[in-house]
Design a protein. Structure first.
Length: 131
């Protein structure tokens, strides 16, 4: 579940779980400021994934950091960033690994156990310097 530090106002009922990935090499600031009585702002480092809850009608502003300023580089409707949230029942019943929708890789790899002896002798290779 997403960590929510700034909870949505109680009158906001249509909230969605969203995900934004900073695919740049620069620090970004993600901000939602178009919802009355609510303000959301987080720093997103290069390669970091930000998961958050927001109203469906909200827009995520992406400000890309420069030396002494930040430039509004994108404004994304939050409904375009929506991800589906599996229920706890799905986690209990599904024995296969969940797939990351962005990278098409397992989110948590399955644990494969072996019933064989895995202790093997350690072998060293020694290089000699000959002059």
């Amino acid at each position: 579940m997403a960590q929510i530090l700034d909870s949505l106002p109680p009158e906001e009922s249509g909230k969605i779980l969203c995900c934004y990935v900073n695919a740049t090499s620069k620090i970004q600031v993600a901000r939602i400021s178009d919802i009355p009585n609510w303000y959301f702002e987080r720093v997103v480092f290069p390669g970091q994934r930000l998961v958050f809850e927001a109203p469906k009608e909200a827009h995520l502003e992406i400000h890309t950091g420069m030396m002494a300023s930040a430039i509004l580089s994108d404004k994304i409707p939050c409904d375009r960033l929506a991800i589906s949230e599996p229920s706890s029942f799905e986690f209990e019943m599904n024995s296969e690994a969940a797939i990351d929708p962005f990278h098409k890789k397992p989110i948590v790899p399955l644990i494969h156990t072996k019933n064989v002896d895995t202790i093997k002798p350690l072998v060293f290779s020694v290089l000699a310097d000959v002059h």
